[in-house]
Design a protein around this ligand. Sequence first.
Ligand SMILES: [Zn+2]
Length: 191
Amino acid sequence: MRRRANLSRVLVQLAFFILVTLLLINVFTGIILDTFSSLREELSGRKEKEKYECFVCGVDRTTLDDFGIDKEDHETHEHNKWDYLLYLDHVRSRASDVAPLTGVAAYVAACDAAGDHDWLPLDTSFRLEQLAKGDEKRTNVSHDLRPVYDTLLATQAAVARLRDDVAADVRTALAAPRQKPIRVPPPAGHL
Ligand SMILES: [Zn+2]
């Protein structure tokens, strides 16, 4: 009788142990898998957003295409995220200086301190605004002259890109360490 009672107690304990352990393992596995899948979804959502929207202004590729702007060119020359990040770092480092910030830097520092993103060009850019104004002007140009007007705008954009490229080259050249001039020895007999 006592032996039977012991056996049943062992069986109950074993069943309890297996059930509780399995249940807990399943619960923890479910939580881990759920967390990983939500993280993966968030990451893929961010990648999709990064692929189709400008990181700084959030304007999508379709809108940029409508205005004839290449998204990669826009993100490299007009809204370069690293330029914005460096500027924010500059403003933050200047904010701890003794001299007070002025003008745009003061505005950006105030927005940054308040956690405000108003200083960023959200849903717009200088070039988009210029082109939107240009569209209004284009409707006022006579129909025959529109190809000339479009060529003029394209030339203006090409000149602006060229100017940016030259400015970037000059900045790179100025930032590069200067080399010592090479002294050419005078030819023999001309001492
Ligand atoms: Zn942008």
